[in-house]
Design a protein around this ligand. Sequence first.
Ligand code: SF4
Ligand code: SF4
Length: 135
Amino acid sequence: MARKRLDLTFPPRQSLKPVIYHLVKDYDLVPNILRAQIHPAQEGRMVLEVTGTKEDFAAGVAFLEGQGLIVNEAASDIVLDEERCVNCGLCTAVCKPDALTLDPEAQTLCFDKDKCVYCEACVIACPRRAITLTF
Ligand code: SF4
Ligand code: SF4
C-alpha cells in the first residue's frame, strides 16, 4: 500500500463533480481530505491524502486528470529547524488546527504533526525561514 498527498486544483466547471466518490468506488482508494476550498463555478483547491496500491493510485490520478483537474504532489512532511527557530510564536497565529503552539511555561515552540494539514501558512509566516516542506 502506498500513501501520498495530492494537491488538486478544480477548474470552475468541475467544482461540483463527485470525483472523490469515484476514487473510492471505482479505484479502491481511501482518501482523507486534509484541506478543501470548493465553491460552485469557481476554481477550487483540495489537499488529499490517498491510500491504495500503486496501480490504483496511478489509475485514480489519471482519472482525476481526465476530469480536467490539475494534480500535483503535495508536501509529505513539514520540517522545523530548531537551530533557526527563535520561539517568537508568529507561526502559531496562522496555524488554524493548532499543530504549532507555544509552551506557556517554557515559551518554546511545540509541533504536533498529527494535527498538521499541510496548509503551508507557517512556512510563509516564519521570518526566520525555520519551517520547510519536503516532498
Ligand atoms: S502547515 Fe504549518 S500552519 Fe499549516 S497546519 Fe501545518 S503546522 Fe499549521
Ligand atoms: S515563526 Fe519561525 S522562528 Fe517564530 S516560532 Fe515559528 S518557527 Fe520559530
